[in-house]
Design a protein around this ligand. Structure first.
Ligand code: MG
Length: 394
């Protein structure tokens, strides 16, 4: 063994894929039994993949899922999809990709503190918004309307279409062939009103991290983009509390420092609350396995008090930011464009790329137009629209 490798502890790294399937799961099992709580989802207990594959030499199943998601084309396109604001408003604010990265980072923090499976949590976090169409919820509503009255579009459902059908990464099967637990968790996001069981705790972490993240960064972006002032936001109890805490710790902060400190407080306050609330419930329910947690109540969530503060802030952001006249104008424009393109593609299916033309024969031109439109970035969607209808179009 080369001494340079030994000094980095790499002497036991397997070098072939053929004889190590058992050993990676065995090693992971030993590692996870030391680090993870009884209620965490263990890699060794995964129900596997739809298309059986040999285990990887040195990556567990959920690490592989994470990597497959990161290397997918749909994941890369998140950089060109808006979160709340389009690129016309500069480069400060979050995109769908940076939002996703913030969610993944925060979800890992929650996961480690609760001794859950961080690899699974990271895969779920990176996946959670992969199905967003161009132009955020405006785009989602427009595509949904296109399919009415006999169809329906949701970004959570479309995420499953991407990872099960649309991605082309492997010769042996369509999609990414993700683990059962990743798909199961995404399915629980599709219809949250009628679950037969609770999502895995790892999926609950991602939901909590998503909401924590957007409450903090939408506040940050809205102030930075001057749609709101901190003064106006201080009507909200959570922001008032944040300002009091920041002002008791610091004096003479400039506007940027104050905004950043408030955002830090919002993140810390929410994460601390979620951890305290979840830890108390986990102790109370004493789940002895991930299956028991699936059969139990939702536990990874904010306290009732914080939930009320979050809802107050979210209602305010909804009225003052998401319904801001400028955003409403963008919303209308995006919806008009997507609906016009949806109709046009149906009369010109030859405009689809080749692989979509093949798929159109299986799922129909209408559904295919939706699948193609939903995959577009904001810019590509605008470019295609101009190609179809000309520069002078609205
Ligand atoms: Mg999200």
């Amino acid at each position: 063994m080369d001494r340079r490798f030994e000094s980095h502890g790499l002497q036991s790294l397997p070098v072939t894929l053929s004889n190590s399937a058992h050993s990676i799961l065995q090693r992971l099992s030993e590692r996870e039994s030391l680090l993870l709580a009884p209620y965490a989802m263990k890699s060794v207990d995964s129900r596997g993949r739809k298309h059986p594959e040999p285990e990887h030499a040195y990556r567990g199943p959920f690490q592989r899922d994470r990597d497959r998601i990161v290397h997918s084309a749909a994941f890369r396109r998140l950089s060109g999809k808006m979160q709340v604001f389009t690129g016309e408003r500069g480069d400060y604010h979050r995109t769908r990709l940076t939002h996703t990265q913030e969610v993944a980072s925060l979800a890992r923090t929650l996961s480690r503190a609760l001794r859950l499976n961080e690899d699974l949590v990271e895969a779920l976090a990176l996946l959670h918004d992969i199905g967003h169409p161009p132009f955020g919820h405006a785009g989602e509503d427009a595509l949904d309307e296109c399919l009415q009255p006999d169809g329906h579009f949701s970004h959570n459902q479309y995420a499953l279409t991407i990872v099960e059908d649309l991605e082309e990464r492997y010769p042996g099967f369509p999609g990414l062939n993700l683990s059962h637990e990743v798909l199961e968790s995404q399915i629980t996001r599709v219809d949250k009103t009628a679950p037969s069981h609770s999502p895995l705790l790892e999926a609950q972490v991602v939901d909590a991290a998503d909401s924590t993240t957007y409450d903090a960064h939408d506040t940050d972006d809205a102030i930075k983009l001057e749609l709101l002032t901190l003064d106006e936001l201080s009507e909200m109890s959570l922001i008032r509390e944040a300002l009091a805490a920041v002002n008791s710790e610091f004096t003479n902060l400039d506007a940027t420092q104050l905004r950043a400190s408030v955002v830090h407080y919002l993140l810390n306050r929410q994460v601390s609350d979620i951890l305290a609330t979840s830890a108390k419930d986990l102790l109370r329910y004493d789940f002895q396995s991930s299956d028991e947690a699936r059969d139990g109540e939702l536990v990874v969530r904010p306290s009732k008090e914080l939930q009320e503060q979050k809802e107050e802030l979210e209602s305010f952001l909804y009225e003052r930011v998401y319904r801001h006249p400028e955003l409403l104008k963008m919303r209308q424009r995006a919806q008009d464009r997507l609906q016009a393109m949806f109709l046009k593609y149906q009369t010109h299916p030859e405009w689809f790329p080749k692989k979509y033309q093949v798929r159109a024969r299986q799922v129909g031109v209408r559904q295919m137009a939706i699948d193609y439109l939903a995959g577009m970035t904001d810019r590509f969607c605008d470019d295609q629209y101009v190609r179809m209808f000309g520069e002078s179009s609205p």
